[in-house]
Design a binder for this molecule. Structure first.
Ligand SMILES: [Zn+2]
Length: 118
């Protein structure tokens, strides 16, 4: 699954917004947008990014959809932002706080890593 697979799947929601986090969270985002649109079909994303190691989704939506987004932001800390695994994920030290699994943490400063997860 790529970022454009998701933005193409929900063109209305992603009309004004790109996905600004790494690809490990795409499955979470896909699930979340599906739920959000089921309770608020006119919801629209404003910004999606990583902040302080967690997924942040800014959207115009109703209250019920907003709660779904808050739950997804909480869940993101248990999913590796780089590879999507739920195993050995923790807030890892570095220039930038990231919820990575230990494998990705070991690779994060190697050549090609950022390209492979962006
Ligand atoms: Zn990982």
């Amino acid at each position: 699954m790529t970022k454009s697979d998701i933005t193409n799947k929900y063109p209305g929601f992603f009309e004004d917004c790109e996905i600004g986090c790494f690809c490990g969270w795409l499955e979470l985002i896909d699930r979340t947008v599906e739920k959000v649109l089921s309770v608020d079909p006119s919801a629209k994303a404003k910004q999606i990014k990583e902040k302080f190691g967690r997924l942040r989704i800014y959207a115009s939506c109703n209250k019920e959809a907003y709660q779904i987004i808050l739950d997804a932001e909480d869940e993101s800390q248990y999913i590796c932002e780089a590879c999507g695994t739920g195993d050995s994920v923790r807030l890892q030290p570095g220039h930038w706080l990231k919820h990575y699994c230990d494998d990705c943490q070991n690779k994060r400063y190697t050549k090609g890593f950022l390209e492979s997860v962006s």
